[in-house]
Design a protein around this ligand. Structure first.
Ligand code: ZN
Length: 185
């Protein structure tokens, strides 16, 4: 089932999400399937639970669509439950990002090149892994959603001033995207 994507201005996007208790979380598999379906429908490569209105530490990533550029992304489809980044290391790199909760906005975002993250996968198996490059970037973008952080918080202040009207339009519910959204107004 395709879920509406919460748009910039929705308070849930600013909440710090909580770890879930997988044993007492109804319909977890269904939620994960719905998150992937919602993400694919919107042509995204990642989606975090706050973007569908939930204050839970869950996000999904699928970079397979980028495999044409680099085969390392082929089949990189992952679920992160109760995710916690332990370390961010390496050089800070600038690269353009977008976000399904901020349609129409693309800006260069500085991020560390390498992360170490602990999480449970969709079968509730624990992992402690290191990711680098674009994988680390995509994971950090989604992970930030769990801490109420959006990529526009990290951009150059001058660029942020330049997109101010775009942001206020999103808060007023003015969006023009092809997927189902839930705006503040
Ligand atoms: Zn995002």
């Amino acid at each position: 089932m395709i879920l509406p994507i919460y748009i910039y201005g929705q308070p849930v996007l600013r909440k710090v999400a909580n770890d879930i208790d997988p044993a007492n979380y109804p319909h977890l598999k269904e939620l994960i399937a719905n998150m992937f379906e919602t993400m694919y429908n919107a042509d995204g490569v990642g989606l975090a639970a706050p973007q569908v209105g939930l204050e839970d530490r869950i996000f999904v990533v699928d970079l397979t669509v980028l495999a044409d550029e680099d085969p390392e992304f082929d089949g990189f489809k992952k679920v992160f439950i109760n995710a916690h980044i332990l370390e961010r290391t390496g050089d800070i790199e600038l690269m353009e990002e977008g976000c399904l909760s901020l349609p129409g906005i693309h800006e260069k975002v500085p991020r560390e090149n390498s992360i170490r993250i602990q999480y449970l996968d969709e079968n509730l198996q624990p992992h402690d892994e290191v990711y680098e490059g674009y994988k680390a970037r995509a994971i950090q973008h989604e992970y930030d959603h769990l801490d109420g952080i959006l990529f526009v918080d990290k951009i150059n202040p001058m660029r942020k001033r330049l997109i101010k009207s775009k942001l206020s339009n999103l808060m007023k519910g003015k969006t023009d995207c092809h997927y189902k959204v839930k705006t503040l107004k």
